[in-house]
Design a protein around this ligand. Sequence first.
Ligand SMILES: Cc1cc2nc3c(=O)[nH]c(=O)nc-3n(C[C@H](O)[C@H](O)[C@H](O)COP(=O)(O)O)c2cc1C
Ligand SMILES: CCCCCCC(=O)C(=O)O
Length: 561
Amino acid sequence: MVQSSNSTSQPLKPRILHQAIQDWQVREASSRTLLTNSPTQYAFPSVALQIVKTLGTFNLSSCRIMEGEPVNVNEFQELARQALPKMYYDYYSGGAEDQYTLKENVEAFRRITFRPRILVDVSRINFSTTVLGYKISAPIMVAPSAMHKLAHPEGEIATARAAAASNTIMVLSTMSSCTIEEVASSCNAIRFFQLYVYKNRDVAAQLVQRAERNGYKAIVLTVDVPRLGRREADIKNKMIVPPVKNIEGLVSTEVDNDEGSILEGFAKGALDDSLCWRDIGWLRSTTNLPILIKGVLTREDAIKATEVGVAGIVVSNHGARQLDYTPATITVLEEVVHAVGGKVPVFLDGGVRRGTDVFKALALGAQAVLIGRPVVYGLAAKGEYGVRKVIQMLKDELELTMALSGCPSVKDITRSHVVHAIGGKVPVFLDGGVRRGTDVFKALALGAQAVLIGRPAIYGLAAKGEYGVRKVIQMLKDEFELTMALSGCPSVKYITRSHIDFVIRDPSCILLTHWIVTMPIDSVIKDLLRVLLTHQIVPMLIDSVIRDPLRDVMHPPNPSV
Ligand SMILES: Cc1cc2nc3c(=O)[nH]c(=O)nc-3n(C[C@H](O)[C@H](O)[C@H](O)COP(=O)(O)O)c2cc1C
Ligand SMILES: CCCCCCC(=O)C(=O)O
C-alpha cells in the first residue's frame, strides 16, 4: 500500500518504502500493456518521489526499481519481470538445470579486458557491416526466440518493426506467434528464418518455402535442440504451449501428458531427433536460400559445417537453455573461428549485454552478434519501442567502446585489442620435460601461462656457469620465437588450444604411470618408460589440471631426462 499521507515528521522505515514502491510497481506493470509505448511511461510518480524525498538518506540501489528510463540493457530484465506473469518471465529468463552456463555466458565476457590504442582519430565512428552481403547499421542482430506474444500483444511484428527501424536483421523463430507472412508484410526488415525440423519433414520443407516466397534471405538451422533442455522453472510452472500461429495446422501442439513442462513434452513429440549431418543435403534440396547453422561449439563441428557447405555458423549454446555446463560461447568463439579459417562468417550469441561485449566478440573473430533475451525483455517492457531502445543502447555503447579503443570502424577491431584469460581464474604453470621451444608453445597452447626449466638450467650451469644458463634460456626463446612465427602467432595471446593437435596414442600409459610408481622393476626399464611417458603424459596432465577430469586419476612421472 502506498502511504502517501506520511509527513516528513514521521519518516517511513526503508522496508515500508520498499513495499510501497513495489505495490506501485505492480499496479504500473498490470496496466503497462494498455499504455502507449511512450518513453515517459516510467516517470517516477509523484507519490513515490515524495516518499523517497522524505527518506533522503535511503539507499535506492537496494530497491529493484529504476528511477526514470533504463540506462542499460540489463535494466530491461527487471522491467520485464514486473510486466510478465511468472510463468512467462521464468520461461524467457531461465536456463537449463543448474544454470551454470547461463551465468557463465555473461561472466565470461567480464574476464576479457581491453588493450585500447590512443591518439587515433575517432571523430567519425562507423560500425556498419555486412552479413551475407546485406548491409546493416551495426554488427548486432536479433536472435530467434519463440512466442513473442507471450511478451507483448503485438508479438514478432513489433520486434520486426524495431529491427527495421534499427536497420538490422531479425531472425524469425519457427515457433513464432505471428506467421512468416504476417511478419513479412509488417515492415521491410531484412529477415532470416530460423528452422526447427519436425518429425514430419514435409513441414520443415513447407516452412522453408514459405520463408523463401516471402522474401526471407537465409535459413538458420538450429541444431542444438534434438530435445528440449531441462529447464526446471518451466517444469515447476508446467510451462504451456500457447498458440503458435506460425505452425498452426502443420504441427499439433496438443500434449497428452500434463506433468512437468508441457512445452518440453511438445518438443519431445514433435522435433526430429534423428536429424544429422547428411540431412543438410536434404535441406539444401528444398531451397535456394543460404543455410546457416546455429548451435556450434567445437572446432570439430565447425569443420564439418564448412565441409557440408553451410553459408555461416552461429556459435551458440541456445542461451544456456539446452545442455548445461557447455562453455560460455565467447570462450569457444576463437576455436571455431580458427577452425573455419575464414571460409564462412562466424556469428555469436549468448550473454551479450553490453556494447563492450559486442566489441569483444568482434575482436575474437565474430562478424556480428545476435541478441536473445534483452530483445524479449525490451518487448515485454515497452513493445516495439523497448526493442528499439535495447538495440540502440547496445549500438551507443559499441560506438563509445570503439572510440575509446581507437577503432574508428569494425575492420579496425582486432584480436590485439582484447586480452582473453583463457581457462581458469588462476594461472597454471608447467614444468617437467620442457626441452624445446616447441614444448613451450605446446604448454601454452594447453593453457599454461609459462613453463619452468629444471635440468637444462643445471646442465648449462655445470657446463658453462652463468653464461651456460643464459645460453639455455636463449636457445629456448629462439626456438619458441620460431615456433610462434611458423604457427602464425605474433604474440603469446594468439596461441590457443586449436594450434596443436594432441593425440593420446596409447591410453594404457595412464595405467603405466601408476605401475611405474608402484612396482619394483628394473631401474633401466623404469627410466626408459619414464622418458616415453614424460612426452605423452606431461602435456596430458596440464590439460587435465586446467580442465580437471583426470586430476585425481594420474600421478605425474618423475621426469628423469
Ligand atoms: C525465450 C527464448 C526463446 C528462444 N527460442 C528460440 C527459438 O525458437 N529458436 C532458436 O533457434 N533459438 C531460440 N532461443 C535461443 C536464442 O536464439 C539465442 O541463442 C539465445 O537467446 C542467446 O542468448 P541470450 O539470450 O543470452 O542473448 C531462444 C532463447 C530464449 C531466451
Ligand atoms: C519446438 C520446440 C520448442 C522450442 C521452444 C523454443 C526454444 O527454442 C526455446 O529455447 O525455448
